[in-house]
Design a protein around this ligand. Structure first.
Ligand code: FAD
Ligand code: MLT
Ligand code: ZN
Length: 472
């Protein structure tokens, strides 16, 4: 180990102690690889500060020694943003020891938490005071609030409550030079200049380390109505979404789509699952209404779907009669990520489009893939239809070589993202850009936007130590 690294470790240990420094290679292993198993790196050390002050001291040291920092929360990201490179010169700063719920204020409907708080624990803390924190996604048992903020995470309740950006009121951030910005204001109105908070949300660890946040809380839903719908086309599901929104308004909290292939994959790969409808349909939707009290939600949902069945808009529908049935349907939807990893090599897309463009995009993309000459592609199309966010993924054989996967990724990214660009969509809806889509972003983002983002990056992180090689 070089003298510089030796010296760096000594200085890091002086700040975080033995409990906060992971140098043993086996102990480092879980931090060095991403959840999908796509990226693997090496580090000088994994540093686990206990609080904001220790984080600031670590960053100050890295600033003066020009040591790159890869911030990591739950390491559930899907874009390789939390995985170091293989130089061994970087450090991972893990926020997982900073996991205090600092304050819950039910009168102000806010909660102040450490960035390393696991999302499920934040949801629980809200529940304990009779409130609701609505961000919900398949990784909620291990992803962190800091990671959710850094990726501006979406999930299954965006339709009603928005992305993480809409759920945060204030931030505490350690800047790339080690200074601490305390922006932990619990205000819904604060018009005092540029929105620094929103700059850090979605910055993926490239502008600073989020160490604390003030989150919005909402009234708890005591009534829910859930149904599974089968339709022969995406156009029909888009029309059903419009009808359900018009009739149910804010009570519509989720409208998730799964293609027949997505559902078949989960049924094949995930235990204790079964098809909700007697006959498979080309597309499926999981529709959920919620309200603070039962204002006839079940009847409202039955009216909307009953009318759609009568009009031939949908082919079939199954209404949940119990919490257990609803949980079984959500298990199908949330099982897709795992099912894909088990079944094959996946080229993932995380696109956002105007809802009216979702069906035309899907047709055009399916045709283009059929004509691409790429054999053995299976389209796994699913996502958050209510937000216009599709995970238009393509699976190739598990036995595909690295070069075959690379080639398929280049061809399919270009094909899918060109279509998205033509339809004025976004190539990155909720997972973040990370290292996965960094080159694609350069290809599609307006040069002026890239220039402005680079100037902001230079202004905040002139030594370029914050998560190099990610996002910008
Ligand atoms: P990490 O993976 O640790 O890091 C992600 C990025 O944020 C990295 O760039 C990292 O450097 C940065 N970062 C982390 N913490 C901080 C911090 N405190 N300050 C600054 N930068 C930081 N995502 C969705 O949006 N919607 C979904 O529906 C969804 N479903 C998922 C389902 C499964 C099964 C899995 C495995 C993942 C899913 N994800 C989803 C992706 C992932 O869970 C989210 O991106 C999540 O927000 C990442 O949080 P994390 O704490 O794991 O962050
Ligand atoms: C989801 O919607 O399930 C997540 O974004 C994860 C994924 O895309 O696999
Ligand atoms: Zn998603």
């Amino acid at each position: 180990m070089s003298h510089d690294t030796e010296q760096l470790l000594t200085q890091l240990r002086a700040i975080v102690g033995d409990a906060g420094l992971v140098t043993d290679l086996d102990a480092q292993a879980p931090y060095l690889k991403d959840w999908l198993g796509k990226w693997q790196g090496r580090v000088a050390a994994v540093v686990r500060p206990a609080n904001t002050a220790e984080t600031a001291e670590v960053v100050r040291l890295c600033h003066v020694t020009h040591t790159p920092i890869v911030t990591q929360g739950g390491n559930t990201g899907m874009s390789g943003g939390a995985t170091p490179d293989d130089s061994g010169a970087q450090v991972i700063l893990s926020t997982t020891r900073m996991n205090r719920i600092r304050e819950v204020d039910p009168i102000n409907n806010t909660m102040t938490v450490d960035a390393g708080v696991i999302l499920a624990n934040a949801q629980q803390a809200a529940q304990e005071v009779g409130r609701y924190f609505p961000l919900s996604l398949g990784a909620e048992g291990s992803c962190t609030v800091g990671g959710n903020l850094a990726t501006n995470a979406g999930g299954i309740a965006v339709l009603r409550f928005g992305n993480m950006r809409e759920l945060a009121l204030g931030l505490e951030v350690v800047l790339p030079d080690g200074r601490i910005w305390n922006g932990l204001r619990a205000l819904r109105k604060d018009n005092t200049g540029y929105d620094l908070r929103d700059l850090f949300i979605g910055s993926e660890g490239t502008l600073g380390i989020i160490t604390g946040a003030v989150l919005k809380l909402f009234a708890q839903s005591h009534a829910r109505a859930t149904a599974w719908v089968g339709a022969d086309s995406l156009e029909q599901l888009v029309e059903l979404l419009a009808r359900t929104r018009a009739r149910c308004g804010e009570r519509l909290v989720a409208f998730e789509m799964m293609s027949a292939a997505s559902l078949a994959l989960v049924l094949a790969q995930v235990d204790q699952t079964r098809a909700p409808l007697a006959q498979p349909t080309v597309f499926n939707a999981l529709v959920e209404l919620a309200d603070t009290e039962d204002s006839g939600l079940q009847r409202m949902l039955e009216d909307v779907l009953g009318q759609a069945l009568e009009d031939g808009l949908i082919a079939d529908a199954m209404f949940c009669a119990s919490q257990a049935q609803s949980a079984a349907l959500w298990k199908l939807r949330e099982g897709i990520s795992q099912a894909q990893v088990r079944a094959g090599k996946v080229i993932k897309h995380d696109i956002a489009l105007p809802i009216s463009s979702l069906a035309p995009f899907t047709h055009a993309a399916e045709e283009a893939i059929a004509g691409s000459g790429l054999g053995g592609c299976e389209i796994i199309n699913f996502g958050h239809l209510g937000d216009g966010n599709l995970h238009f993924n393509v699976m190739i054989a598990l036995s595909s070589t690295y070069d075959e996967l690379r080639h398929a990724t280049l061809v399919l990214n270009r094909l899918v993202h060109d279509l998205v660009a033509r339809l004025n969509g976004s190539i990155s809806a909720e997972h973040g850009v990370g290292q996965l889509r960094r080159d694609e972003l350069k290809h599609y983002k307006q040069p002026l936007e890239m220039e402005l983002m680079m100037r902001i990056k230079q202004a905040f992180d002139p030594n370029l130590i914050m998560n190099p090689g990610k996002l910008v």
